[in-house]
Design a binder for this molecule. Structure first.
Ligand code: ZN
Length: 322
């Protein structure tokens, strides 16, 4: 399912050798300039929740645009303030316009360091592709990432903030540079407790997170279908677990694929802060709702301060006052 169609417009038409493209990617890790896509690319496939065909076109955007979803004449900036549903997926909504399941696409854009992009959506959901961010990474690579003539804006965590719900919690704490992630999950059966930590870089995102798929439990399927969710879920886009068994014939892509996917979701959800975060994220039994509550609490408690990328490198104060 899902096709990748490079649109081949709006961007410098230069041949890109693998070496040049690799160099450009490694530069992305430490970029101080804002970035966008070099040209537009289109992906299509079915949605995991609505089970309808949809298409998204990722296109270049001007500095300071952020990631903007365009659908039905409306524009929605990817921002936690316009999130209106978090059960199993993240949905953005303004007025009558809404787009579901944005988190894996946002994770790919954020993970690869794309600051600005216009996402034209035909349908009401981002295609599920294979349930991971792999197809979005491939599309961004197909388009290429270029610098824009504006310094990258970052949101620096200046004091710790924590939210909890039941046994689960999530927190952001200050860090000298970059965004570190430490995610732990606990489920019965095959998954058990899994924990993973990494510093978010384009390379780490590609190799450790991008291929990890969504997962779900067979016992939940009927209830979700009654609620109109996961109607398009299948073994092609979801790891389905039944007790100690993985129902997908190919098995898992990583022994700890589930915690890797949770971390991928975290990257997508934190992209809704509106700019790359500088800080340390940790969660235990977290999810989309807790991640959104964390961003809301961080804003309410004044835990985030805008910085330009260069000034973070120059003055990486440990606990600067806001
Ligand atoms: Zn996910």
């Amino acid at each position: 399912m899902g096709n990748l169609h490079p649109n081949g417009q709006a961007g410098p038409a230069r041949e890109d050798s693998p070496i040049r493209s690799k160099l450009r990617r490694s530069v992305t890790a430490a970029r101080a300039a804002q970035t966008t896509l070099a040209r537009a690319v289109t992906l299509s496939g079915r949605g995991v929740h609505g089970d309808r065909e949809s298409r998204v076109t990722l296109a270049p955007a001007a500095p300071h645009s952020g990631i903007v979803f365009s659908l039905g004449g409306a524009e929605l900036r990817a921002d936690w303030r316009v999130v209106d549903a978090t059960q199993l997926r993240t949905r953005l909504s303004v007025g009558a316009a809404s787009v579901s399941t944005v988190e894996h696409l946002l994770a790919a854009l954020s993970g690869l360091g794309v600051d600005n992009a216009l996402v034209l959506v035909e349908g009401d959901e981002v295609p599920a592709m294979d349930g991971s961010a792999q197809a979005f990474v491939a599309a961004i690579d197909e388009a290429g990432v270029v610098d824009l003539p504006a310094p990258r804006a970052l949101l620096q965590v200046v004091h710790a903030v924590r939210v909890s719900h039941g046994a689960g919690w999530a927190e952001l704490a200050p860090a000298d540079s970059g965004l570190s992630l430490d995610v732990e999950i606990a489920f019965e059966g095959l998954i058990g407790r899994q924990r993973r930590a990494l510093t978010l870089t384009p390379d780490h995102f590609r190799t450790e997170l991008a291929r990890a798929r969504s997962f779900g439990f067979l016992r939940d399927a009927e209830r979700l279908w009654r609620e109109g969710l996961a109607l398009g879920a299948s073994l092609d886009n979801t790891v389905v677990l039944d007790g100690e068994t993985v129902l997908n014939p190919q098995g898992l892509r990583f022994a700890d694929e589930c915690v890797r996917h949770k971390m991928l979701d975290v990257v997508g959800d934190l992209a809704l802060a509106g700019a790359p975060l500088v800080g340390a994220f940790r969660s235990y039994r977290g999810g989309h709702a807790l991640n959104m509550a964390l961003l809301e609490a961080a804003a309410r408690e004044g835990a985030l301060t805008w910085r330009e990328a260069a000034s973070v490198a120059e003055a990486p104060a440990r606990h600067p006052s806001p």
